[in-house]
Write a protein that binds this ligand. Structure first.
Ligand SMILES: NC(=O)C1=CN([C@@H]2O[C@H](COP(=O)(O)OP(=O)(O)OC[C@H]3O[C@@H](n4cnc5c(N)ncnc54)[C@H](O)[C@@H]3O)[C@@H](O)[C@H]2O)C=CC1
Ligand SMILES: CC(=O)C(C)=O
Length: 259
């Protein structure tokens, strides 16, 4: 698959899975707009992409703010001369028993993980339609969007919501040649899991590292997932080989057998 000549925007791309996706799309030839709240780290990833001989640009935006997401899309088009692929990857997790969850918690997590994806879908679809072209919208759900995880209940609810948005948007935009899909990783060894493991340790008294190990031990393929593993699926969904796929939330989890 080649993404040569395509312009992709990836949110949450200063680290972890988003960085992995941005680098993979660049390796396939796409020019990549990097969007995150962490300005310094974005510049590092931009340098890594430019070293591959493709173009990149950065834009600092909080995906929970609709205007900032629209501005990010406009920036990508202006700086890179097109707009073909939107990856709504940014997200946050929270480990908390449901009994302790506050309205502030639900607002914060839903604003980023659900509203952020909705603004990304809206902004990208409007841009594709304005440009009179097809497009690909790809968003981060999770294994936790297929199965509610204990202590990650609100996070899981947001990832189920991403699947709902994906299905609805796929139907609304199909006639315009826009496909909308989601990727559902399993246990990926990023900062997000370092934080999840630490919070489990604080709450349950489990030794640090134990929760992560317990989940990784339940993966049939016998190892934690890497950002590259996730990026391979996203690259497929970004390319023309996936043109007949829409409305799907595809698991890439190494065959998790323990949840
Ligand atoms: N790590 C894992 O095991 C899994 C992660 N996911 C999902 O994959 C996505 C990426 O996760 P990771 O790379 O592991 O997390 P991470 O915490 O390493 O990276 C998340 C990135 O999103 C950015 N971000 C956070 N809030 C933002 C906001 N309001 N606006 C813009 N950027 C923001 C952060 O600055 C960071 O660069 C998330 O949506 C996550 O829920 C899904 C399944 C498993
Ligand atoms: C962080 C996340 O989505 C899981 C299930 O590990």
């Amino acid at each position: 698959m080649s993404l040569k000549g395509k312009v992709a925007l990836v949110t949450g791309s200063s680290q972890g899975i988003g960085r992995g996706i941005a680098l993979r799309l660049a390796r396939e030839g796409a020019d990549v707009a990097l969007v995150d709240i962490k300005a310094d780290k974005l510049e590092t990833v931009k340098g890594e992409i430019e070293a591959m001989g493709v173009r990149s640009t950065t834009f600092v935006a909080d995906v929970s703010d609709r205007d900032q997401v629209y501005a990010a899309v406009a920036h990508a088009e202006k700086e890179l001369g097109g707009f073909d692929v939107m990856v709504n990857n940014a997200g946050i997790a929270q480990v908390k028993p449901l009994a302790d969850v506050t309205p502030e918690d639900t607002d914060r997590i839903f604003r980023i993980n659900v509203n952020g994806v909705l603004w990304g879908i809206q902004a990208a679809a409007k841009k594709f339609i304005e440009r009179g072209q097809k497009g690909k919208i790809i968003s981060a759900s999770s294994i936790a969007g297929h199965d509610g995880f204990a202590m990650l209940g609100i996070y899981s609810a947001t990832k189920f919501a991403v699947r709902a948005l994906t299905q609805a948007a796929a139907k609304e935009y199909a006639s315009q040649g826009i496909t909308v899909n989601a990727y559902c990783p399993g246990i990926v060894g990023t900062d997000m899991w370092v934080e999840i493991d630490e919070r489990f340790a604080d709450i349950t008294g489990a030794p640090k590292g134990e929760t992560y190990k317990k989940y990784v031990d339940g993966i049939a393929l016998g190892r934690a997932q890497t950002p590259d593993d996730v990026a391979a699926l996203v690259a497929f969904l970004a390319g023309e080989d996936s043109d007949y796929i829409t409305g799907q939330a595809i698991l890439t989890d190494g065959g998790i057998v323990y949840r």
